[in-house]
Design a protein around this ligand. Structure first.
Ligand SMILES: NC(=O)c1ccc[n+]([C@@H]2O[C@H](COP(=O)([O-])OP(=O)(O)OC[C@H]3O[C@@H](n4cnc5c(N)ncnc54)[C@H](OP(=O)(O)O)[C@@H]3O)[C@@H](O)[C@H]2O)c1
Length: 287
């Protein structure tokens, strides 16, 4: 029996693999599913088994899982292609007879009515249809979605968005979500459960701008623009139009309260408070 992590060379998957090792799971019982072995050479050096597969090529998933494995399916990053990708992983997991399939979905699950959630909803249903023992980790937003993009904020003195000033984001650090995955993969009693994961404290964009200003010592405010202006700003910054449209739609979802979270599931699962946004801002400013 192994604990198998897909997307293991991505930000979240790598944190999960490292978290499993730090939690004392023997490296020989941890397998990393990767597209590129070289990107995971350090994990192999530590004794983690590398299994090569591509979600886009179902034949590469044959034999990647074994009966009794616990599998974390980290959702893919190619928006629009993820339903067949995830189905291929689920089919391979079912064919192998894995003991537990854990999936990183999105906050709200079936009730999340924004564009980015659509593929997660279909995937969750496919997991349910597979009949496999499952856990859904419905992840809220990462702090890093914002703090990894501080350079233009500091240059222009503005956080630009189309969410209203009252819209709140219950984000947490990627490391918090990774710790939740480790808790589920190493713990008991999580089968058949959907966790709504979010940070303990939900913040508004004016509060975020004030935090960046306070820590950087530079004037930064929130500039709320219309959805059309927001789209123009994002595409003007070189973001492809379909991706920009998804980001504008996310801000509308924030206005509707869909990313505020508040269940407390994340801090309960990890046994500690979630990482404050201020810590992520500080880390990003340190560079
Ligand atoms: N909650 C949030 O705020 C938030 C934000 C962004 C994304 N997400 C979702 O959460 C996932 C994990 O986040 P992250 O920060 O770790 O993203 P990430 O760093 O982009 O990692 C994505 C991982 O998926 C792998 N992958 C992508 N396409 C694949 C394919 N066709 N076959 C096999 N593996 C494939 C990537 O492999 P390579 O290393 O080979 O590229 C990478 O390991 C994302 O993929 C996305 O679905 C959530």
């Amino acid at each position: 029996m192994s604990i198998v992590v897909t997307g293991a060379t991505g930000h979240l998957g790598r944190l999960v693999v490292e978290g499993l090792l730090a939690a004392g799971v023997p490296a020989g019982q941890v397998a990393a599913v990767v597209r590129n072995k070289e990107k995971a050479a350090d994990l192999a050096d530590r004794g983690v088994e590398l299994r090569v597969a591509d979600y886009n090529a179902p034949e590469t998933l044959t034999g990647v899982f074994a009966a009794g494995d616990k599998v974390l399916l980290v959702s893919g990053s190619e928006v629009g292609r993820r339903v067949p990708q995830h189905r291929a992983v689920i089919d391979a997991a079912r064919a192998a007879g894995v003991a537990h399939l854990v999936y990183t979905g999105v906050l709200g699950g079936p009730d999340a009515d924004f564009d980015l959630a659509a593929e997660h909803k279909v995937t969750e249903q496919a997991v349910l249809d597979s009949g496999l023992p499952y856990t859904f980790l419905r992840n809220g937003w990462y702090h890093e979605n914002y703090t990894e993009h501080l350079a233009p904020v500091l240059t222009h003195g503005a956080v630009v968005g189309s969410a209203g000033a009252a819209g709140r984001v219950g984000s947490a650090a990627r490391a918090d979500y990774a710790a939740a995955a480790v808790a589920v993969l190493t713990g008991e009693g999580h089968e058949g459960v959907a966790y709504e994961l979010s940070g303990d404290v939900a913040w508004s964009f004016p509060e975020y701008a004030a935090e960046v200003a306070a820590q950087s010592g530079k004037p930064v405010t929130y500039r709320q623009v219309s959805p059309a202006e927001h789209l123009a700003v994002l595409t003007g910054a070189g973001i492809p139009e379909p991706v920009a449209a998804i980001l504008v739609d996310v801000d509308a979802a924030i206005d509707r309260g869909l990313l505020a979270g508040g269940s407390g599931d994340l801090s309960r699962l990890i046994g500690r408070p979630t990482t404050p946004l201020a810590d992520a801002v500080a880390a990003a400013l340190k560079g």
